[in-house]
Design a protein around this ligand. Sequence first.
Ligand code: F58
Length: 831
Amino acid sequence: KELSKWRPEVIELWEKCSVPETINKETFQKSFIRHVNTTLARSIYNVDNFSAYQATAHAVRDRLIQRWNETQQIHTERDQKRVYYLSLEFLLGRSLDNALLNLGLKDSFGEGVKELGFKMEDILDQEVDAALGNGGLGRLAACYMDSLATLCYPAWGYGVRYTYGIFQQKIVDGYQDEFPDYWLNFDNPWELPRVDIVVDVQFGGHVNKITEGDKVRHEWIGGETVQAVAYDVPIPGYGVKNCINIRLWNSKPRRKFDFGKFNAGEYDQAVQEQMKAEFLTAVLYPNDNHMVGKELRLKQQYFWVAASLHDIVRRFKKSQRDWNEFPDQVAIQLNDTHPALAIVELQRILVDEERLDWDAAWDIVTHTFAFTNHTVLPEAMEKWPVPMISQLLPRHIQIIFDLNLFFLQRVEKFAPGDRDFLARLSIIEESTPQYVRMAHLAIVGSHRVNGVAKLHSKLIKETIFKDFVKYYGPDKFENKTNGITPRRWLHQANPKLSELITETLGHKDWLKDLTLLKKLEESVHDKEFRRRWMAVKHSNKVRLAEYIRDVVDVDVNPNALFDVQVKRIHEYKRQFMNILGVIHRYNTIKSMSPEQMRDVVPRVVIFGGKAAPGYYIAKLVIKLINSVASVVNKDSTIQDLLKVIFIPDYNVSVAEIIIPASDISQHISTAGTEASGTSNMKFVLNCGLILGTVDGANIEIHEEIGDDNIFMFGHLAEQVDDLRYAHRYRDVPMDPHLDAVIKDIESGSFGEARIFAPLINTLTFGKDYYLISDDFGSYLDAQKLVDEAYKKEKDWVKKSILCTANMGQFSSDRAIKEYAESIWGIIPVKV
Ligand code: F58
């Protein structure tokens, strides 16, 4: 009876009914109305823009699901090697516009909603961002998913379905205030709940050692169990039918309720256990480039790793292959060290559950994993106290110590008697308490380690991982320069520029092969083309000016030079140097005669970005920016030659408005601190010039676009140690311009001076760790060059065109192909 559904006639009927309907304006409209009536239970009389968004989203979702199913089916049939991208963050932003563009439905659906009485822009504007990430690392994961889908690779993302994404930022009296981002308030059409896919994840308990003949095995029992429920997020490729999956795990209590406690009258305690389980995936930790050693964070990490590996292993076992084929079928990429416990978990599954012997298991593990490092900042390096891991994961800590023992035995053979070398390489830091160094675990358990830009990859080999290079040799360490998806970051964010490029090149192929932009170089001498290029930039600036008026109620002149720094607020990114430079500019203008003023290029300096809620100094930088803004913006004596704007709640969809409108953007980290940066790529792709230090991907962008089209300044990474040493042990005189600016703040020009004392102290007592005083002079010089260049309008437009034309290398498609070919060993499977 059960099998009767597989009778040939049933299958035939099934296939007949599941032929996807053709998608055009009319079928979309039918689907829209059906969703309004049935999914939303509304009628023509009560459909507002939000309902229209929901109905459109559901109509798109129906198509996505078809593609998702076909993709999964074909990937299962072919059963080729897959890559699993483990990332604790996926900063996806909005989905509707992206899905419409990738599916090629934007025009027909746009027409369709118009006839139904709506504007597509209004509908798109209803969507809340999926903000399940902090910054660069999370957005990189999202760009990589877009490229994996577009290039038809068999790939899955695994992440956490946080109930609260990155906090919402409001500015109150110039200070940052944080509000919860409850993004799931309304239904989320971009996820498919998989209530049937549930994994038990265990915490605590104890380990029994069982001897069976001459063999010993370990049994991990007791403790608490939390359930992981899968939510699938379909990611459509551009211009292909492939649609890949990000599986996000949500925690929920086990169905079993403690009736013992319940009946004994401890009702609240019984309920509390349940609530604790739900809390596991409640919040995204809001720190960028900073490690927080909270136990809940460690639990989150293990919960997600255990559920993901269970899923991956289950899929592999369905193929009934031998275990030693595992690395031929499965590649797992660790996005930073957050998922490093996966290495231990796979070893545990293979040894304890599948009963493989230790060495065979370890061979499988090390051929499966690869690890990407995203930072060299010491405060961002993850390490967990051994007692904390022991309590939560008693079997894992045993495995970690065993792995370390066997590893150090091999190292000892390599460098006999060199105890310091052993101690430096050890996975365990021998402090009190001991710590597990997650980067060391990730390196030892992976067959490849990569940095995210040329300089960064070189630096990790020379500094933090130097000893590992000595031991393993240099070949284990690679560079994979980051990339961004041109679909979201040009086609979607800057439709007018995209259209002009398509018209000029005569095709849309550049969206899949960004190196084709090179041909735009031929048009730099075409006056009409330059005029249209400028007109696009201008209209994007008008759009941003309107946004600024809406959110901060300040009028800015779209003809002024738009100077932008948007990114997480962090000392190493030096927003502080930027605002000090603004004060210098302000004072310079104020000291001018009206005649001199006529020669000044008007500027709008735009800031945006969140500070981690516990990062006091970063929050003071925000306060200083807003204090300077409130003085400068109402000073009529400077004739609108300078405006300062702090745009609140910077996120992906705000970036899509800001980036296309920038004339110059600042990427001014202390040399050697910004691993790559990816917004630098977005700005230049959108024909904005950059003012930057010799750091991260700025260097490679410079190589591609040439000296004339970028403003570089500041000390080099190799000078940083000596400069810091000098600040520490000698009396380094402060740059005189900087000194004057500081005195100005201290005199109370921007509000009570005492407020900013801790910030100013970072330059003095704090020994200026980020070397602002060393770079300030060359920063101001570079700013002067920017002003001069902007005055030469024709040359500026040429630079701007050459920027876009030479960004071919920075597509995430290029990056993903490199990973696929040199690390993962996967090949495309096209639907
Ligand atoms: C960023 N790291 C790098 N980490 O700072 C940036 O240079 C690089 O372009 C980007 O990765 C992509 O490679 C970053 O964003 C985090 O936000 C972590 C979040 C979790 C806690 C530790 C920092």
